[in-house]
Ligand binder design. Structure first.
Ligand code: AMP
Ligand code: MG
Length: 341
């Protein structure tokens, strides 16, 4: 792998620009939209990104220069093409296009979910994992097979993080709710039954979030937080375990903002231990949304010739990871034979 890529992330509340090369992350500058009240307001988040886009880009170029990487050294510009909030995606895509045109560099549109996986493969020893990607808006179990990252299971409604945030808002806890739910859950071991919804390989969190809010009428906040976590995490761990069994893989990688949760990590760790699989968690800065992962997948895609024309660089708020042809991973001989048979 060779090259230097500047990548911009801005699918939701984090605006982040980073420069990576084949050796490492050179520089990263992030500015986070923080809602005054309630959750993420898409238009306000997009306005935040528009306001700070030139700042994060200028600053990341400055920081890279201090480390000996000049603007002329950049080979390509990558950006999050989706999935995400439409208004945010469009703002960041506009910034990326302007940068590509003014620097006369190729443009690369990155799938945000795949960037979470690839940064995990980069920053942990995982090589061919089943990935549990749990963030605010997304919740998926993914693994590579024959030229694509396949979605083995996913949420049928909202993301796990959003389910937590929604419950938290109802309970009067400020955004983001996840970290506070984790703290409160630690104070209880009293499990209240809540709807456990796994359908085939998919899961659903909306009913669980509502039931948890209703349970607050009869139970303490600590007990409900504990039960909400236990239920939601058992659901995603069950599906991750079945994806492991189905694919025969022996590594699990965790990604997304909810991956910061220590109880979720513990449950995955126990499951992996019991199955003889290895469990990998990247450093926290690479788990939530970050520019480094967009720049890094941009670099993989640059090296494998995945460049797009400006005219084809429209964003896709529902961009599915299994829509991307993955030509930066070498299939092993057995898999190639499977495909040709
Ligand atoms: P992301 O969308 O990847 O930026 O992640 C943001 C989501 O992660 C929000 O919904 C947060 O509530 C959630 N989150 C962050 N930290 C934790 C935690 N310790 N436990 C559970 N959820 C968390
Ligand atoms: Mg994300």
């Amino acid at each position: 792998m060779k090259g230097t890529v500047l990548g911009i992330e801005g699918t939701a509340w984090n605006l982040s620009a980073a420069i990576v090369n084949e050796k490492d992350l050179i520089a990263e500058v992030t500015d986070t939209y923080k809602p005054a009240t309630g959750g993420i307001h898409p238009r306000e988040a997009a306005q935040h990104h528009a306001k700070y886009a030139s700042y994060v880009v200028r600053k990341v170029l400055e920081e890279a220069k201090e480390k000996g990487v000049d603007v002329q050294d950049i080979d390509a510009i990558s950006f999050s093409q989706g999935p995400g909030l439409g208004a945010c995606l469009r703002t960041v895509a506009t910034a990326a296009r302007m940068l590509a045109i003014s620097l006369d560099k190729p443009l690369i549109g990155v799938n945000h979910c795949l960037a979470h996986i690839e940064v995990g493969r980069w920053k942990t020893p995982a090589t061919d994992p089943v990935t549990l990607y749990v963030s605010g808006a997304n919740s998926q179990v993914l693994a590579y097979r024959r030229g694509k990252y396949r979605v083995f299971g996913e949420t049928l409604d909202i993301g796990l993080g959003n389910a937590f945030d929604k419950f938290a808002r109802n309970a009067g806890i400020s955004h983001p709710g996840g970290p506070k739910i984790e703290e409160l859950a630690r104070k209880s071991t009293n499990y209240i039954p809540l709807p456990y919804v796994v359908k085939g390989m998919d899961f659903s969190f909306s009913g669980l979030s509502t039931a948890a809010s209703e349970a607050l009428r009869k139970h303490s906040l600590e007990d409900v937080c504990y039960s909400l976590q236990e239920t939601a995490f058992a659901m995603v761990v069950e599906v991750t375990e079945r994806a492991l069994a189905h694919t025969g893989k022996n590594e699990v990688l965790l990604g997304g903002g909810v991956g910061a949760n220590m109880r979720l990590r513990e449950m995955l760790d126990i499951m992996c231990d019991e199955r003889g699989a290895s469990f990998y968690v990247p450093e926290k800065r690479f788990m939530g949304d970050n520019g480094a992962m967009i720049a890094y997948l941009g670099l993989l895609m640059y090296d494998s010739g995945n460049i797009i024309e400006i005219a084809d660089s429209h964003v896709n708020p529902n961009f599915r990871p299994d829509d991307v042809m993955v030509n930066w991973i070498e299939d092993n001989q057995q898999e190639k034979e499977d495909v040709s048979n």
